[in-house]
Design a protein around this ligand. Structure first.
Ligand code: ZN
Ligand code: ZN
Length: 126
């Protein structure tokens, strides 16, 4: 299922990081090349899964995180097609859904929670 999670990239496990990245390229290919691409994109947008106005910026974030983790990234992404789902992505809903379905993303999320706590001066009990 195509979905732009748009959660902080450090929370994504390797699989979800590469998956979300691949979906950006697939989505652009679908909209521009698939005979029913616009209808398909409209369906994703209705569910709040995509926002084409954020495609390029989000792709950049994902590509940077991939490079930091040592994955090859050699696929620039540009999108100048029609707009779908602008403003429809609910990041906190996505975050809750992601950490619920993926143990690895949940681990990253918990690690980040700890770092937020230590920033605010609270003592980490571990
Ligand atoms: Zn790419
Ligand atoms: Zn994951």
């Amino acid at each position: 299922m195509t979905r732009m999670w748009c959660v902080p990239t450090e929370i994504l496990c390797d699989e979800h990081l590469r998956g979300e990245h691949a979906e950006h390229h697939q989505l652009v290919g679908t909209i521009l090349n698939h005979p029913h691409g616009e209808a398909i994109a409209g369906g994703h947008a209705e569910k709040g899964n995509i926002d084409t106005s954020r495609l390029e910026e989000r792709h950049e974030e994902l590509a940077e995180e991939m490079e930091q983790r040592g994955f090859n990234h050699d696929s620039p992404l540009e999108y100048e097609g029609p707009s779908f789902g602008v403003g429809s992505i609910d990041v906190s809903h996505n975050l809750a859904d992601l950490v619920d379905r993926c143990a690895d993303c949940n681990d990253n999320y918990q690690k980040n929670l700890n770092s937020y706590r230590s920033y605010s001066g609270e003592v980490n009990s571990r």
